[in-house]
Design a protein around this ligand. Structure first.
Ligand code: C5J
Length: 225
């Protein structure tokens, strides 16, 4: 199998074209736009905007090559039967998961605020995973979808770095996927947490995976269509 070397930390990531899915975590209005779940928790959502352009660049690169793309959405069923009481009881006591905000019910599947932002909206043929947890594998068909396509590597983008992105990286790592986190294509409401997460991922010889700048990933990709 041919590989494409990407300059990464803690050492070169050997991308296997066609076996590497782009996984975009929770680039939803609920986290990125005012009036959603993220803002309900007191966060400055404008901090996540920086990840949109780099994520779009990755998405366009994957689409141009016809490689697998996964989008995830943190979401709950309208009756909240998949939302553990412990999850709902924390956060903002006057605006909880399932309560009505300006974009509809917070973190509820199908609500306007729960959709992926228009710039990064999925297109036909891309995998969309609704996930009730922070990790993309818990209580979802993601593992089966990846296995069906022969995917063994995940190139990961999305928000927030230390919550859903990191949880997904750890879940994927335990399942045997090689994961590469693209540094500019992820963001946090807490820049220090983003930086710390990247260091945690690559520490100890890549105990969770690899990290690389966007430019290194794009420069290494073989010519697209
Ligand atoms: C959070 C996420 N932060 N997508 N979700 O609750 O990171």
């Amino acid at each position: 199998m041919s590989t494409t070397p990407i300059a990464a930390r803690p050492f070169q990531f050997d991308l296997q074209p066609g076996r590497a899915a782009l996984v975009i975590i929770d680039m939803q209005r609920d986290f990125i736009e005012p009036g959603g779940f993220g803002e309900s928790l007191g966060n400055d959502v404008s901090l996540l905007e920086a990840a949109v352009g780099p994520t779009l660049a990755l998405l366009q690169a994957w689409r141009a090559r016809g490689w697998p793309v996964v989008h995830t959405r943190e979401s709950h069923l309208p009756d909240l039967s998949d939302c553990p009481p412990a999850k709902r009881s924390r956060g903002n006591p006057s605006l909880r998961i399932g309560d009505a905000g300006p974009g509809g019910r917070l973190l509820v599947r199908g609500e306007p605020g729960n959709q992926i932002i228009p710039t990064l909206a999925p297109i036909d043929g891309e995998i969309v995973i609704d996930k009730p947890g922070k990790g993309a594998f818990y209580a979802t068909p993601l593992q089966a979808e990846l296995q069906a396509r022969g995917v063994t590597q995940l190139v990961v983008a999305g928000v927030t770095t230390e919550v859903c992105v990191q949880t997904t990286l750890r879940e994927a790592n335990d399942r045997g996927y090689d994961c590469l986190l693209v540094e500019e294509a992820t963001a946090s409401y807490f820049p220090a947490f983003k930086a710390a997460t990247i260091e945690m991922v690559v520490a100890q010889g890549g105990i969770v995976g690899w990290a690389a700048p966007l430019a290194a990933v794009l420069a290494a990709l073989p010519d697209g269509a």
